[in-house]
Design a protein around this ligand. Structure first.
Ligand SMILES: NC(=O)c1ccc[n+]([C@@H]2O[C@H](COP(=O)([O-])OP(=O)(O)OC[C@H]3O[C@@H](n4cnc5c(N)ncnc54)[C@H](O)[C@@H]3O)[C@@H](O)[C@H]2O)c1
Ligand SMILES: O=C(O)C[C@H](O)C(=O)O
Ligand SMILES: [Mg+2]
Length: 622
């Protein structure tokens, strides 16, 4: 049965609704199938998508999308009405399927759906609920559930949120960016869906991660929800399953590459900065291959940063400094730490680069300090230990490739396994950004027992939960109560018996990116400098009190994320002012910013954070 015939069965409730509407003299969309009469609409663009009478969702044809200013407001694939029904039914059935797999996922997705419907109906209410219950709902709108949402996005998609720029829109972006209804946009989170959490290439479905990150921008940083824009750049997908899925919402072609890819991203950047010159663009979950290149390409001209490379690095450094303090040592001992990093992608390399710079600063901030700091890191990827012998080595990993002479001295070699490396190096810290769930096996954790540290640290930072390198239970049971543990997605503390608790920290870039974005916005900095990122990381590290750190609590609780974000934003502003990058924001010009002391800067940040309170509404005619 086709959509129109099923919907228009004379006895169906929807038919009665249509008849009633016709009697009332309105022209309604479903009546067109009785003949070919068009419906008169008095609205365009997003207003149509939000009107249940006229909305056709993904079934709007491309000509209709152009005629009604809808280009970019929907995923690129035009679906038939039957495909819409199929997609809806597959999703509905999936709920039953998940119920068989186990209850937790079903509950999480069901909670996400309820929250998402509230998000679509009433944003003030939605954010009030989220802010007041952030500990409970961050794991739903953000990692780990957001990963499941992205994996199922084609089925979960109801109302569009954000903008879609596709390879098909080349040449159109400068005009289609005006289809977005908000006059002002402060924050864009953009992804091309190529590496969503540790789940790989999810194509157009990756928009869920941009939406989740912006939820935290609103909840943690108090960015006005009317001024955030999630963006998906759909340049195709290399996910074979999605390429074959008839219900997939994105472009069903292989990813663009090379110059063709760059030209799409260039056009997007030019378009958004032309319409909103003061916007900040956060790049999220781009595959490493492009993450570094795009960062270098844009970071000196646009207000942008890469969360996976730079946000993660700052959070990791704060945690690594916490791990030093937890040993009862001063932070200045950080350059003595031996750090094994599993994963040499955008996140792993971002961390080692920034950690090396931090060590070098502590050692005197000169050439030789920088050179000697690199010997504190052992980088292991899918092919094992990275040494200078590695054929076709990634140039971004080259500075950390171990010299053959050194590794031979340690009894290691090119490609040595993680367990061998941990055995021989006896690191203070084992940090995972590999996206490989369970990589820190029993064997690897047993090897870490030989660590030269009194309190070895395990950072299983890959997301979502099932991709974490190990669980806190595994770490505490093998390494004992003194281990410092952090994971990228939230998990519960471990009861160690005898009234002892093994603390599970959440080492996630969510502690920094909202403050980096807010501080950049309120300073009006032209670019996001290394110094601003460093200030953010140091602020997070200093946030933790000595007694907490000694208990193994190296990151704050998410319930205080609004306060942390305020502090981080203030630190970023002060650094932007110190570096003469701040151009001011609204009434606060650069000169006035310079006069603010720390307390006044904090007050300024607080006063500019949006709160979920209903404003008074006043009606005016057009
Ligand atoms: N906690 C956080 O805040 C945070 C931030 C960013 C990224 N991440 C997570 O980090 C993970 C990696 O992200 P990315 O962008 O660097 O991904 P990526 O795909 O670019 O890099 C993954 C790296 O892991 C390596 N790897 C694969 N198998 C391995 C193995 N068996 N042993 C050792 N290394 C192996 C790969 O060779 C590659 O170098 C993802 O799961 C992501 O969710 C977490
Ligand atoms: O999204 C997260 O939870 C952290 C990080 O940006 C990631 O890619 O895993
Ligand atoms: Mg990310």
């Amino acid at each position: 049965m086709t959509l129109s015939s099923s919907l228009l069965r004379r006895s169906s409730p929807i038919h009665r609704l249509i008849s009633a509407a016709s009697v009332a003299g309105s022209s309604r969309p479903f009546t067109t199938s009785e003949g070919s009469r068009p419906s008169i609409v008095h609205k365009r663009s997003i207003d149509i998508l939000h009107d249940p009478w006229f909305n056709k969702g993904t079934a709007f044809s491309m000509t209709e999308r152009d005629r009604l200013d809808l280009r970019g407001l929907l995923p690129p694939t035009v679906m038939s009405p039957q495909q819409q029904i199929d997609r809806f039914m597959v999703d509905l059935k999936k709920l039953e399927h998940h119920a068989r797999d186990g209850p937790s996922d079903t509950n999480a997705l069901a909670k996400w759906r309820i929250l998402n419907r509230c998000h679509d109906r009433n944003e003030t209410l939605y954010y009030k609920v989220l802010i007041d219950n952030i500990e409970e709902y961050a794991p739903i709108v953000y990692t780990p559930t957001v990963g499941l949402v992205c994996q199922n996005y084609s089925g979960l998609f109801r109302r569009p949120r954000g903008m879609y720029f596709s390879a098909e829109d080349r040449g159109e972006m400068m005009s289609m960016v005006y289809n977005w209804p908000a006059e002002q946009v402060d924050m864009i989170v953009v992804t091309d869906g190529s590496r969503i959490l540790g789940l790989g290439d999810l194509g157009v479905q990756g928009i869920g991660i941009a939406i989740g990150k912006l939820d935290l921008y609103v909840a943690a940083a108090g960015i006005n929800p009317q001024r955030v824009l999630p963006v998906m750049i759909d340049v195709g997908t290399n996910n074979e399953k999605l390429l074959k899925d008839p219900l997939y919402l994105g472009l069903q072609e292989h990813r663009l590459d090379g110059e063709a890819y760059l030209s799409v991203i260039d056009e997007f950047m030019e378009a958004v900065f032309t319409r909103w010159p003061h916007v900040i663009v956060q790049f999220e979950d781009f595959q490493s291959k492009w993450a570094f290149k795009l960062l270098e390409r844009y970071r000196n001209t646009y207000r942008m940063f890469n969360d996976d490379v730079q946000g993660t690095a700052g959070v990791a450094i704060a945690g690594l400094l916490g791990a030093v303090r937890a040993q009862g040592r001063p932070m200045i001992d950080f350059p003595k730490q031996k750090i094994v990093v599993a994963g040499a992608g955008s996140a792993g390399l971002g961390v080692v680069n920034a950690a090396r710079k931090t060590m070098a600063r502590m050692l005197g901030n000169n050439e030789s300090a920088f050179e000697s700091a690199r010997s504190q890191f052992w980088l292991v990827d899918a092919k094992g230990l990275i040494t200078e012998e590695r054929p076709n080595i990634d140039p971004n990993a080259l500075p950390f490739a171990r010299k053959l002479r050194d590794v031979e001295h340690q009894g290691l070699r090119e490609g040595a396994s993680l367990v061998e490396v941990v055995n021989k190096v006896k690191p203070d810290v084992l940090l995972g950004l590999s996206a490989v769930g369970g990589l820190f096996s029993k064997e690897v954790l047993e090897a870490l027992k030989g660590s030269s540290s009194t309190r070895p640290a395990v950072f299983a930072m890959s997301n979502p939960t099932k991709n974490a390198e190990c669980t806190p239970e595994e770490a505490f049971s093998i390494l004992g109560e003194h281990v410092i543990f952090a994971s990228g997605s939230p998990c519960s503390d471990v009861n160690l018996g005898d009234d002892k608790i093994g603390h599970c920290n959440q080492g996630n870039n969510m502690y920094l990116f909202p403050g980096i974005g807010l501080g950049t916005l309120l300073s009006g900095a032209r670019v996001v400098s290394d110094g601003m990122l460093q200030a953010a990381a140091e602020c997070l590290a200093a946030y933790m009190k000595e007694e907490e750190v000694l208990k193994g609590i190296i990151y704050p609780s998410i319930s205080s994320i609004r306060d942390i974000t305020k502090e981080v934003a203030a630190a970023v502003i002060q650094e932007a002012v110190a570096e003469d990058l701040a151009e001011g924001y609204r009434d606060m010009d650069a000169r006035e910013l310079q006069r603010l002391d720390k307390e006044e800067t904090l007050e300024y940040v607080k006063n500019n954070m949006w709160n979920p309170v209903y404003p008074t509404l006043v009606y005016k005619k057009d």
